[in-house]
Design a protein around this ligand. Sequence first.
Ligand SMILES: [Zn+2]
Ligand SMILES: [Zn+2]
Length: 253
Amino acid sequence: MLTDTHCHLFYEDLKNNLSDVLKRAEELGVNRFICVATNMEDARECLLLGETHDNIFASVGVHPHDAKDAPEDFVDQIYDLMTFDSMVAVGEMGLDYFRNISDPEIQKDVFRTQMEIAQELNKPIIFHNRDADQDMIKILKEFPNVRGVAHCFSSNLETANAFLDLGYYISFSGNLTFKNSHLPEVAKELPLDRILVETDSPYLSPVPHRGKPNEPGRTRFVAEKLAEIHGVSLELIAEKTTENASSLFQISE
Ligand SMILES: [Zn+2]
Ligand SMILES: [Zn+2]
């Protein structure tokens, strides 16, 4: 059993074929899903899925790309949505200086606001970080009581260790399987009790499915790669990453 800790099931490719997508995932041993929002609209779609499926959980947050379009009352909306049982985390939130779709100052502002909410509610966060390691570490340090996960980790070992020191989990996606990736070298150094697996589907298809829309079942290939890197069985990776997800998101197995 594996948990895809980061998928966007509300995208057309996945939503319109959801029962098939979930069935294929089950066949690959992936049977729990965190449906992660990027804005208030899709948070409602995640919530609907979470409230109607025992094995789907949801998050609500504003992605750095969406920060510039966050509605004025997004804080109230997050508090409202977080009252539902299937809502397990605040996110995704964070910084993306690779694309800078929102101005960095706006990104930081909206990120800090959501960190305050997570702190207040004592809920974990799911953060997105691209080309923003230093600012990311700085802001995480401002909220020492907040815990969460560095989703789709793509930075170096030094940054991974900084996140671990701050109490965060590191989540690997399909990019762990990409040819010439530096990530296996990083993953090898990390303790198995702090690693999560995800697809970020419909993005980032792992080898051997690159170029096709990704789906949650392919968490399996990320887990297999981790097993290879650590020289352990797939079963052990499944057990550890599932335990880690249960512990971080406070969900039972
Ligand atoms: Zn992301
Ligand atoms: Zn995402």
